[in-house]
Design a protein around this ligand. Structure first.
Ligand SMILES: Nc1ncnc2c1ncn2[C@@H]1O[C@H](COP(=O)(O)OP(=O)(O)O)[C@@H](O)[C@H]1O
Ligand SMILES: [Mg+2]
Length: 309
């Protein structure tokens, strides 16, 4: 068998009596973009910290390209690039100095790192700001600089913990364009709260909660598993308020969102369509159509609708 790029073997992490990661096992094959999704507090950052040797598991072991984080931390750190959830740039160093400092920590020589840093600054569109301090950068620019820093030593596995959180759509797009250019050269392991990112850009998606994996597969496989043909859009010609009351009272309507005269219904199953039609009658129904579930539907179905942390 080919060595997986990332492997977790029965990893548990407890904080006091609280279990943040619960007997977690996972193998990520080389060369893919892998997305870990989960509500706040699910355990994503804890997993990434363990994989990047920032934290030791309470039990179990994790491997990067076959090297144990417990016994071969140094080799692991050489192989990985890390974009942490919080930007941790040195604010007293310029953009370029931040990259140089990182390169030196990895033992690279100036002949080696200078041309690389030139190229990276160019790629992330910060060449003309390289002598400025990170505090003068927008959120998107800082994030791009952190990504560049993670790439200075040419890692084989790149970890990105919520790389795009808080960025505007343009900055998200620029960052994703950049991440995609890395696809062929390294394995990418990321977390995100943006379902569209996972859906569009990631080869494999895992949803976790309470320290455990819930599902794992391609975006379309995850959606297919949920799609028992039971998400409908119903639009009424009139009397929408009355119909809302009726819909809310039906036991097989699992959830309901309204915008104007249109409702988006999640039914408990395909067999609920007939009773739904029976309870609505037909004279006021303008249209009723089946909807493909989104990744967000899958996420909410699995992790619930209650707000976390
Ligand atoms: N250092 C810590 N001490 C105590 N509890 C922690 C610590 N770090 C994280 N936790 C808790 O562990 C759980 C998982 O946290 P985290 O891995 O950051 O989740 P996520 O990244 O999915 O939001 C949360 O309930 C969090 O409050
Ligand atoms: Mg986190």
């Amino acid at each position: 068998m080919i060595e997986p790029a990332v492997s977790l073997q029965s990893v548990t992490k407890t904080y006091g009596s609280f279990t943040a990661v619960d007997d977690f096992s996972l193998q990520v094959e080389r060369g893919i973009i892998f997305a870990l999704l989960g509500p706040n507090g699910a355990g994503k950052t804890t997993l990434i910290k363990i994989l990047t040797t920032l934290m030791r598991p309470s039990s179990g072991d994790a491997f990067i390209e076959g090297h144990s984080v417990l016994t071969h931390g140094k080799q692991v750190r050489r192989l990985i690039g890390v974009v942490p959830q919080e930007n941790n740039l040195d604010r007293y160093l310029t953009a370029r100095e931040n990259l140089v400092f990182h390169a030196r920590m990895h033992g690279l020589s100036p002949q080696h790192y200078n041309p690389r840093i030139d190229r990276l600054l160019d790629l992330i569109g910060l060449a003309n700001r390289q002598s400025d301090f990170p505090d003068t950068f927008s959120g998107g620019m800082q994030r791009r600089l952190v990504v560049a820093r993670a790439l200075v030593h040419d890692p084989q596995v790149l970890f990105l913990d919520e790389p795009t959180t808080g960025l505007d759509p343009q900055s998200r797009r620029v960052l994703w364009d950049h991440i995609q250019t890395l696809r062929s050269r390294m394995t990418i392991f990321l977390t995100t709260h943006y379902m569209d990112e996972a859906d569009t850009f990631c080869d494999r998606i895992m949803i976790m909660d309470h320290g455990k994996a819930l599902v794992d597969g391609t975006a379309s496989a995850l959606k297919d598993a949920l799609s028992q043909a039971h998400i409908y859009e119903v639009e009424f010609r009139n009397h929408s308020d009355r119909y809302e009351e009726i819909l809310r009272s039906l036991p097989f309507v699992e959830s309901l969102e309204r915008s104007g005269n249109a409702f988006r219904l999640v039914l408990t199953g395909e067999e609920s369509l007939k009773p739904l039609m029976d309870s609505l009658g037909s004279s006021d129904v303008r249209k009723i159509c089946l909807q493909e579930p989104t990744l967000e539907d899958v996420f909410l179905e699995l992790t619930g609708r209650t707000i976390r942390e």
